[in-house]
Ligand binder design. Structure first.
Ligand code: MN
Length: 147
């Protein structure tokens, strides 16, 4: 599950974690969002599932408000230890730029279908029921919004 993650990175150059260490944040599964100042500023949503972090790059700042939908582009699975990574990915490396925490907490899975994930987020910036819906146009493209 992490092959794509590892293939994209040179761990002698990037400070990002190379190992998948198990992490526990109390009750519930890991939820976090990292603000990533790469070529385009985006917000990386991480959700723990089966020992990895499922990941989406949200193209605009997420809102804790109903009715505001954000495009969330699914990216490669990340190791669990990535959930609180902060730092500088060097120039020339994949995802070059600064990463810092935007939100951190846990989530509970409410419903999962092929095209829909319903979760209850317990973070500081985001809390309540959120939905990810896969778009038909491109399987990597999802919409993320508060329900
Ligand atoms: Mn990113």
């Amino acid at each position: 599950m992490l092959e794509e993650y590892k293939k994209k990175r040179d761990f002698s150059k990037t400070p990002e974690p190379s190992e998948n260490k198990s992490q526990k944040l109390g009750q519930g599964l890991i939820y976090s969002i990292q603000e990533h100042h790469a070529s385009h500023l985006h917000y990386d949503l991480r959700l723990e599932e089966n020992g990895v972090l499922k990941s989406w790059a949200i193209t605009k700042i997420p809102m804790n408000k109903q009715g505001i939908k954000r495009l969330a582009v699914q990216t490669e699975d990340h190791p669990l230890s990535y959930y609180n990574f902060e730092g500088e990915i060097p120039e020339g490396e994949y995802g070059a730029g600064t990463v810092h925490m935007w939100d951190l907490g846990t989530y509970i899975l409410k419903e999962k279908k092929e095209n829909l994930i319903k979760i209850e987020i317990k973070g500081k910036m985001l809390y309540g029921t959120f939905i990810l819906v896969k778009l038909r146009s491109d399987p990597k493209n999802w919409l993320f919004f508060k329900s």
